[in-house]
Write a protein that binds this ligand. Sequence first.
Ligand SMILES: [Fe+2]
Length: 164
Amino acid sequence: MPEKNLRELFHETLKDIYFAEKKILTALPKMAKAAQADELKAAFDKHEEETQEHVARLERVFAEIDQAPRGKTCDAILGIIEEGQEVMKEFKGKPALDAGLLAAAQAVEHYEIARYGTLKTWAAELGFAQAVKLLEATLVEEKKTDETLTRLAESGVNQHAEAA
Ligand SMILES: [Fe+2]
């Protein structure tokens, strides 16, 4: 029986974000395809590349704790992605489509930021030095993506959405 200690919680949460990253990897190309503004498309494409690296980094963290990389169904990310798909369907061809996509993407980023922040703190507590660096590197990229999305929202996507 697992001990249900912090190490176990770290491993479980790692499986959660591993599942989430892989789902995000399948969602991003669809979001890039749906986006109308070129800058938003570009932001989704860039983040897809980064997300591949996030998956690879997580695999290195699994290795550090001597575990095989395995995901565990994360209902939170499934729900957030589902909401994004609803927006794509309901606002297809409409002025507010990009604003909705952008909002969905930011919800994804905020989920990831929460997870990576926690995991990094736990890794430090548990003495997994390499994991701290890997999780921090991804956390920085998630935060940058979130900032890029905020900039895009402020620089036109939202104004465009107000069009009749
Ligand atoms: Fe990520």
